[in-house]
Design a protein around this ligand. Structure first.
Ligand code: SAM
Ligand code: SF4
Length: 356
């Protein structure tokens, strides 16, 4: 079986694919209030183009795929894409990250099409606050979506929360308590310096250590080892049904275990969320290049995958106003990459545009 290794001996077997930069919510930390100018329809990869890329990637070792966005469920006929990816030889795990708004409508058909799991992003249980954070979202709709996902067998249900100081940090305990009775994985993700300038500020960031110490106020947390834990570190309260995960891209970054590539909705492969490097697959795909060429470009993006990020020491954490703080310290195993294939962007691009 093929294995893709980068220059730092990491096995790369996971591709996160953004299928749209559009969204039916406008979360304050991810989108400007009036949305952003969407990538034009013609620039977005078609499902056939995505499937072709995944086939080539699976042929050289990618085993896990996650569909994300923007909000993936706003794109038409996602079920078709799920079924097509599920049929690809070598793909063993297929999941999707969603805000949950359209889940009650699609959970069952997604499951029937072969989706294994969903991650649902939810930053507050309070209807008013949820509406404020998402600029208009209805928490009841999302809760119905979670129920539908559970009923459809999209398990385990993972709930992703981004605690932000002064916004929802007073609900950390409440989120953690869910795991006492529900078989969910509640995952706390550190707030990262992406996206909307007015919202991000280092004072709003809450480290995993701080979140964990709040959660430990409820009871003793015991570490648990989950088979597919990814970058999360998991814990459980004694006798609890669910587990609590901590994802710490800033404070304890997990670069040495990073196994992923990201494909943006407009066809760029990003080897690292925090790096500006992207390899554009679209020109090759759209000019009739053979699979060998797509394979070469995927391998190139793995060659240039940086060893790690140093976002914590960058000025974006220390001083959000500094634009000079976003130079990434990219170290690559091969500096002689073809620069015409690599485009550079500001690190501040919101997650909805990169693919969260
Ligand atoms: N719309 C879907 C959703 O909300 O789950 C998928 C895309 S969204 C960009 C993916 C995840 O990125 C969400 O869980 C969201 O909370 C997270 N995210 C967005 N901006 C972030 C930031 N600045 N820091 C941490 N997480 C962020
Ligand atoms: Fe949309 Fe997800 Fe970004 Fe919220 S976090 S605006 S739901 S893409």
């Amino acid at each position: 079986m093929s294995r893709l290794r980068d220059g730092f001996q990491r096995t790369i077997d996971y591709m996160r694919i953004s299928i749209t930069d559009r969204c039916n919510l406008r979360c304050i930390y991810c989108m400007p209030s009036n949305g952003h100018k969407s990538i034009g329809y013609k620039k977005i990869l078609s499902y056939e183009e995505i499937v072709r890329i995944v086939k080539v990637a699976a042929g050289i070792g990618v085993r896990k795929v996650r569909i994300t966005g923007g909000e993936p469920l706003v794109r038409k006929n996602v079920t078709y894409l799920i079924a097509s990816i599920k049929n690809i030889n070598g793909i063993e795990d297929l999941s999707l990250t969603t805000n949950g708004v359209l889940l009650s409508r699609y959970a069952e058909e997604l499951s029937d099409a072969g989706l294994d799991r969903v991650n649902i992003s939810l930053d507050s249980f309070r209807p008013d606050r949820y509406r404020e954070i998402t600029r208009g979202g209805d928490i009841d709709v999302v809760l119905r979506g979670i129920e539908a996902a559970e009923k459809a067998g999209l398990l385990p249900i993972k709930i992703n929360v981004v605690p932000i100081r002064g916004v929802n940090d007073d609900e950390i305990e409440e989120f953690a308590r869910i795991t006492l009775k529900a078989p969910y994985q509640v995952r706390f993700i550190e707030f990262m310096p992406f996206g909307v300038k007015d919202i991000w500020g280092p004072e709003k960031y809450i480290s995993t250590d701080e979140i964990k110490s709040i959660v430990e106020g409820i009871g003793l947390l015991k570490p648990v080892k989950l088979r597919k834990s990814g970058p999360a570190r998991y814990f459980r309260f004694d006798g609890a049904t669910g587990v609590i995960g901590f994802i710490s891209p800033i404070s304890h970054h997990f670069c040495e275990e990073c196994n992923r590539l990201r494909l943006t909705a407009d066809g760029k492969l990003r080897p690292c969320l925090f790096s500006e490097t992207e390899i554009d697959l679209k020109p090759a795909i759209r000019s009739g290049a053979p699979d060998d060429e797509i394979e070469r470009l995927i391998k190139l993006s793995i060659e240039v995958k940086p060893e790690g990020h140093n976002i914590r020491s960058q000025k974006s954490i220390v001083n959000p106003k500094s634009s000079s703080g976003h130079q990434s310290s990219v170290k690559t195993s091969d500096q002689s990459i073809n620069s015409s294939l690599v485009t550079r962007h500001s690190l501040k691009r919101p997650m909805s545009r990169i693919g969260g």
